[in-house]
Design a protein around this ligand. Sequence first.
Ligand code: UDX
Length: 460
Amino acid sequence: MEKKPKGHVIVLTYPAQGHINPLLQFAKCLVSKGLKATFATTHYTAKFIRADGINVMPISDGYDNGGFKFAPSVEAYLDSFKTLGSRTLTELILNLNHESNSSSPPVNCIVYDSLLPWALDVAKNLGIYSVVLLTNSVSVCSLYWHINSGVLNLPFETEKFPLSLPGLPLLSHDEIPSFLACPTHHSAYLAAILEQFLRLGDNDWVFANSFEDLEIELVKAMEEAWPVQMVGPLLPSAYLDEEHQIGTDKDYGGNLRKPNDDKCLNWLEKQPQKSVIFVSFGSMAEIDEKQIEEVAWGLKMISSNQNFLWILKESEQKKLPIQFLDSIGEKGLILTWCNQLQVLANRAVSCFVTHCGWNSTLEALSLGVPMVAMPQWSDQPMNAKFMEDVWKVGVRVKKDENGIVRREEIGRCIREVMIGGKCEGIRSNASKWRENGKRAVCFGGSSYHNIDKFVAKLMK
Ligand code: UDX
């Protein structure tokens, strides 16, 4: 007989790929433990989400027919989402409660994305539990926390660098999140984040997509001060759990773009073991034409027994030089989107040239793939710093005096990770983090334990 769920959680995501993936994965994890989960996202993104056992329901951000790209500014978008999102999320929950029955109990909790701080008020007004899920590393989050607690003041003065903070390595200006390095440039995102951290303690739980071992220094330093618990890495279970203790799930289930799986896997199939350089700068970054050109020629120059797979959005592919496209032949494959986890887990892939988005970083760490970091914006510079200096699983590129990473530098970093003096150490650290990530989410692990405690409370 089918078990009836004992609690009902609304999981609310910001409608971007790097947010949908971890929130959806968390929703699936809660369902696997016996809760009912309804995934709330905008009208425009709801149609892309297909995940077993998850009920997907749309709410409004004010741009129901096309989403964020039709908003006049980030600020206008976040404002509109706050006003309409609060109203339509409340209506959704009231409707679900009205129609509740033994297989769909009334909603007793909202788990929401840290970019949507207004969801806390929705939960409070309805008298249900509120849980925020932080989608950045907790080390990055600790900087926002220190701003609200007055330890750091914006804008940062030059003489304050390098920053010395509890549980973090020394940080230079170009190693902190761009929202803090250039606060006026990203004021709307920064305001939403700071609002979140101002009220962090008002939530019933604060979860982060990370795991204790990975940020142990920070965990130890902040233990007393803040309420964050780790529940990651939030990856489909099949990638973390060969013994199927926690599941056989192979896909996040919420791709906003269509991956070209056949072409990608057929091409990878033909490549020798550990020979392919995989390149991707995530779903959001817009890269300067000159920079794209340098990456292109850098990849063309890599050793003759290595080929590359490069994921580049349509708008970015237009920036590729014609001579490069005419010359690549069998050396490389360029696609607009792929199933990134499947690629990172493929036996042919040896190195990941990445923008260091937090999901990409966690995915590469969890699958033991060494990295070359080319951070673009947001939290990525700090993730790249940790990747090189703390976890020691790769190297970061250096920019020239015009702010461009030259083709020679890209080639140098790839060689360093593949065959250089540090290569052995990097590979062995990558394997170590892969095992640590698995341990955290499997039976008895720290993240497993945190999720179990939470589920037990909701089921009471
Ligand atoms: C951004 C930020 O950079 C990130 O750090 C923040 O926490 C969320 O917002 P994004 O630029 O999209 O995210 O990068 P990332 O966090 O790496 O997320 C991208 C996701 O898309 C990953 O889960 C990755 O597996 C997936 N992806 C990417 C694909 O499935 N296919 C692709 O071809 C490229």
